[in-house]
Design a protein. Structure first.
Length: 507
C-alpha cells in the first residue's frame, strides 16, 4: 500500500512537470508556473534527502566502552538526542539547524567495560579516547550523510523527472542544503549545552550523570570532556543493573525542594518523600494551596508531612484556611510563616507571608490584585527590617506571584505558586522570582480536565557559604494515569561559566 501511494505521488509530480502539450485549444493543462516548478523541485530534494538519510544516513561506531549508532535526522529545532536504552534519553540544545544529531547507545561492550572495572586507572585516559571516537564517528557520519542526501535526492529526481540533468540538479541542491545546515550547526554550536540537559525515562531519576551543582560550573569546560564524564557515569549506571545510583551532592551545597499547589492529591506525599531521599533534601518549602476548601475535615490529609524526613516550611495559599494553618503549626517539623515572619531552618533564613484571600469562602467579597500587592508590600517591609537588624533573609515565600513581585530588591530569591505553571524571572532590582507548578497535578479536580495536569517540583541548589542559588533541577511527571518523567537542569545566567554575577540592589 505504501509502494502504491509512493508510485501515485511520483506519477502526480511527473504529470505536473511533464505536460504533454501547451498548445491553445489542445485541451491539455498549460505549462506549470516557474514558481510551481521551483517548489516541486524543492519538494523532491527535501523528500529524497530525507529518504536517503533514513536508509543509509547512519554509522555504527564505538564510543569508549559503548557501541553506538549516530544518525542525522530532519528537525525543525535541531539539537542532539542521546538514547540510552533502557534507561531513557537526554536532549541537548547543542545547535540550531534543520537537522538533529541522534546518538543511540546500542549496547555496553562487556570486554571494554570489564577492562575499565578491572583497571580503574584507565578512566583517566577515557576522555581522550572518547573524544577521538566521537571525532572519528562524526567524520564518518558527515561523509555518509553527504552520500545519502545526494543519492536520495538524485534517485528521486530521476524517478520524477526522468531527465539526468534535472536529477543531477536535485542532487546538487540537496548537497547545498546539507552544507547550509552544516554551516548553521557550526555557527550555533553550543558546547555548554550539556549544562542544561533534559532527561526522560529512568535517567530522570539519576541526575548524577551530570554531576552536582558545583561541578557543572567548574568542571564542564569543553564538550569532549563533558561527554566523557557523561559516558563514564552511564557506564556506572549499566553496571548498577537493578539499582540506579542516588544523587551524591556536593557537601557544600544546600538543597531545597520547592513544592506548591498540592490541592489534596495524596500521591504528592509519596513523590515528595521520594525526592527528599533521592536528593538528600535539607528543607522543603511549600508555597501554599495544599488544601482545596480548608475545612477541618481535610486536616488529616496533612499528617504525612510529619514523616517526610526534612523540615517543612509552609505559607498559606488562597485555598488554605486559618484552620489549616493552626493545624500545621502543631507539627514539630513544620515552620508556618505569615506576616513576614522569618525563621532559621536547614542552614537558611526564610521569611514568608500567607495569602490575604481565602477564596472558598464565598460570603466574603474578592479583594483581588490590590490585596495581593499590599501583602507583598508588608513582606518587603519585613525583609528590609531583617536586613537592617543584621539578619538578612535568604529566601522569601508568598503564594501569589503578584505579591512576590513587590519584594524585588529586598531578598535574593522569592518563591511562589498559584498559577499551576512554572515561571522564572530575574526582576529589575536583582531578586529572582521562581514560581512552581502544581506538585499535586492540579489536585483531584484534574480528572475533570481533558488532559491530565503534570506534576511539578524543583530542587534548588544553594551555596552553603553565600546561600545564593547555584542551579536547579525541574522535575516534571506525567499527570494522573501517566508514567512519564523528565528532569532538566538549569543555571542562573549570572552563574554560568564566564558570566559576571549581577549584585542585588537592596532597597
Amino acid at each position: 500500500m505504501v509502494r502504491a501511494s509512493f508510485r501515485a505521488a511520483v506519477a502526480r509530480i511527473r504529470h505536473h512537470h511533464h505536460p504533454r502539450s501547451t498548445a491553445p485549444g489542445s485541451g491539455l493543462a498549460p505549462a506549470p508556473h516557474p514558481y510551481g516548478r521551483a517548489l516541486g523541485l524543492i519538494a523532491v530534494v527535501v523528500f529524497g534527502a530525507w529518504l536517503g538519510l533514513l536508509v543509509v544516513g547512519s554509522v555504527r561506531t564505538p564510543v569508549g566502552p559503548m557501541d553506538t549508532t549516530m544518525a542525522l535526522r530532519p528537525s525543525l529545532s535541531g539539537g542532539t538526542k542521546i538514547n540510552v536504552a533502557p534507561l531513557g534519553a537526554l536532549e541537548l540544545d547543542s545547535h540550531i539547524a534543520p537537522v538533529r544529531l541522534d546518538v543511540q547507545v546500542d549496547r555496553l561492550d562487556p570486554v571494554r567495560s570489564g577492562a575499565l572495572v578491572q583497571h580503574p586507572e584507565r578512566l583517566a585516559g577515557l576522555q581522550q579516547e572518547i573524544s577521538a571516537d566521537v571525532s572519528t564517528g562524526t567524520r564518518e557520519l558527515a561523509v555518509r550523510s553527504v552520500v545519502a542526501v545526494v543519492s536520495g535526492a538524485t534517485a528521486l529526481g530521476l524517478a520524477v523527472y526522468r531527465r539526468p540533468r534535472r536529477a543531477l540538479a536535485a542532487g546538487g541542491l540537496a548537497l547545498a542544503l546539507l552544507a547550509a545546515s552544516g554551516v548553521s550547526a557550526y555557527a550555533t554550536w553550543n558546547p555548554k549545552s550539556v549544562l542544561e540537559p533534559k532527561f526522560s525515562g529512568l535517567l530522570s531519576s539519576a541526575p548524577s550523570v551530570v554531576g552536582d551543582a558545583r561541578s557543572i560550573v567548574t568542571d564542564f569546560d569543553v564538550y569532549q570532556r563533558e561527554l566523557a564524564r557523561l559516558v563514564t557515569n552511564v557506564t556506572k549506571l549499566y553496571d548498577a543493573t537493578s539499582t540506579l545510583p542516588v544523587y551524591r551532592p556536593d557537601p557544600a551545597t544546600l538543597r531545597v525542594l520547592h513544592v506548591s499547589d498540592i490541592h489534596l492529591n495524596p500521591a504528592a506525599w509519596q513523590i515528595i518523600g521520594s525526592l527528599v531521599k533521592q536528593y538528600d533534601i535539607d528543607v522543603i518549602i511549600d508555597s501554599g494551596d495544599t488544601m482545596d476548601h480548608g475545612s477541618a475535615v481535610e486536616n488529616g490529609f496533612l499528617d504525612p508531612i510529619r514523616d517526610l524526613g526534612a523540615p517543612y516550611v509552609w505559607v498559606r495559599g488562597n485555598h488554605d484556611s486559618r484552620i489549616t494553618q493552626r493545624y500545621l503549626g502543631r507539627f514539630k517539623n513544620v515552620r508556618v510563616l505569615d506576616d513576614g515572619r522569618a525563621v532559621n531552618v536547614g542552614g537558611l533564613r526564610v521569611a514568608g507571608i500567607g495569602d490575604p484571600q481565602f477564596t472558598p469562602d464565598r460570603s466574603l467579597p474578592a479583594q483581588g490584585a490590590a490585596a495581593e500587592r499590599m501583602a507583598g508590600m508588608r513582606l518587603a517591609s519585613s525583609l528590609r527590617s531583617q536586613e537592617q537588624a543584621g539578619t538578612p533573609v535568604d529566601i522569601a515565600v508568598a503564594h501569589e506571584p503578584e505579591a512576590a513581585r513587590e519584594t524585588d530588591g529586598t531578598v535574593p530569591l522569592i518563591l511562589a505558586g498559584h498559577v499551576h505553571h512554572r515561571q522564572n524571572e530575574l526582576m529589575e532590582l536583582g531578586t529572582r522570582l521562581k514560581v512552581e507548578g502544581s506538585t499535586g497535578g492540579g489536585g483531584l479536580r484534574a480528572v475533570q480536565n481533558r488532559k491530565p495536569e503534570k506534576v511539578r517540583a524543583s530542587v534548588l541548589y544553594l551555596d552553603r557559604a553565600t546561600r545564593r542559588l547555584q542551579a536547579w533541577d525541574e522535575i516534571t511527571l506525567g499527570g494522573l494515569g501517566l508514567t512519564t518523567a523528565e528532569v532538566s537542569r538549569h543555571l542562573p545566567g549570572e552563574n554560568r561559566p564566564g558570566a559576571t554575577p549581577s549584585p542585588i540592589r537592596f532597597g
